[in-house]
Design a protein around this ligand. Structure first.
Ligand SMILES: *Cc1c(COP(=O)(O)O)cnc(C)c1O
Length: 387
């Protein structure tokens, strides 16, 4: 046999997997949306700021020109308050039994999609409310058939001093496709809903229909405010605009080994070494958010080169083929980043896995108790954190 015998090397003290959040990218994206949007920009920081850290993103976006914050749940809004953020916050996804009292006490504005929600909010008193019309998703928001009744009940509650209707919101189903007919249907329905609200005596001043895609593609949807989520994080579903990705995910090579041609690697032996191969073990798996469906075709970046993922991504670890590179134990692998140095991007991971970029960024598990350490800062700080 001329093949090398299997060898084995183990790293000792080395860096943990790290998710670096470049807040200068968030700020640059925010500034761009502030220029494009006709009205105000609400920074959508739900799902822990799409996995980037809600409070850090919120601060960066507000400094860069956003004037409002948006989240799904009241709990998310209260967490922003607890982190010291005083800007206006809107929460739009809550059960009728939500803690409306806590929302009111913290000055959190709430979306109201139904009579039942309205009654619960009115009972507590003092809320600033955005009535929510279903502009075509058939998911959240009040269906047109119940809209007039909702507006009349809201006006009655307002006259009774129980709440104040400050806004009207809707959300579009296919805004990333400029030509989709549902966009004009949604715009028309939103305009109709506003007329109906006004004729019921309501005077909402925050009128918002557009999220990232509609803000980029259709000024007719802008009204007085755009709710920007994906775009803040460098994700452009419309593929029309140069946005800056903010995440870099790195991990150390913790082991290397050389295997003989014909060696099956990982669960199910989904990959067999076609030649003698030097393999690297990366301590990140699907529990950390690497999509297992990307096991075929995915790449990482180490020692200046792209290396292929081989075998199945498992829960805690992934194997890469280091054959022909200088990469060794302790070297830092870049799993994803903005792409400046040739590393894979979130968009590539989305293509490899068949997922959305949104799923990739929100899927990386970096919250309390997780194995990935998250650091946030301006680029210079982030880079220091990496070394
Ligand atoms: C998530 C969300 C947004 C942000 O959408 P993007 O396309 O990520 O900008 C806006 N509005 C509502 C109601 C949402 O749920």
């Amino acid at each position: 046999m001329t093949s090398p015998s299997p060898s084995y090397a183990v790293g000792t003290a080395m860096a943990r997997p790290t998710l670096s959040v470049d807040l200068t990218a968030i700020a640059a994206n925010t500034e761009l949306f502030c220029r494009i949007a006709t009205g105000e920009v609400m920074a959508v920081v739900k799902a822990d700021g799409f996995g980037h850290g809600a409070a850090e993103v919120a601060r960066a976006a507000l400094t860069a020109g956003a004037t409002r914050l948006g989240v799904a749940t009241i709990e998310e809004a209260l967490a922003l308050r607890a982190a010291g953020l005083r800007a206006p916050v809107l929460s739009w996804l809550n059960p009728v039994t939500a803690d409306w009292r806590a929302a009111s006490a913290a000055g959190v504005e709430v979306a109201v999609p139904s009579i039942e929600h309205l009654q619960a909010v009115a009972e507590v008193g003092g809320a600033r409310v955005h009535l929510e019309i279903d502009a075509g998703l058939a998911r959240d928001g009040c269906a047109p058939r119940g809209w007039l009744a909702l507006c009349r009940a809201a006006r009655a509650a307002e006259r009774a001093g129980r709440l104040h209707v400050v806004g009207l919101m809707g959300h579009l189903p296919c805004a990333d496709r400029a030509e989709d007919h549902s966009n004009s249907v949604g715009r028309t329905r939103f305009a109709w809903a506003l007329e109906a609200a006004r004729s019921a005596g309501l005077r909402p001043h925050d009128l918002h229909l557009a999220a990232t895609s509609a803000t980029l593609l259709d000024p007719r949807s802008h009204h007085t405010m755009s709710r920007i989520g994906a775009g803040l994080y460098g994700i452009d579903p419309t593929r029309t605009t140069a946005l800056r990705p903010a995440l870099t995910l790195t991990a150390p090579v913790v082991e290397t080994r050389t295997v003989l041609a014909g060696t099956g690697v990982g669960y199910g032996h989904a990959w067999t070494a076609p030649r003698s191969s030097r393999l690297g073990l990366i301590p990140l798996g699907y529990a950390d958010g690497l999509p297992r469906s990307a096991s075929t075709g995915a790449e990482m970046h180490v020692a200046g080169e792209r290396v292929p993922v081989v075998g199945r991504i498992s829960m805690d670890m992934t194997v890469v083929d280091l054959t022909g590179t200088t990469a060794t134990v302790g070297d830092t692998v870049t799993v994803l980043g903005p792409g400046d140095d040739g590393e894979p991007t979130v968009r590539e991971w989305a293509e490899w896995s068949g997922e959305l970029e949104h799923e990739i960024v929100t899927g990386i598990s970096s919250g309390p108790g997780s194995r990935v350490r998250r650091t946030a800062g301006p680029a210079a700080t982030v880079l220091r954190g990496l070394s």
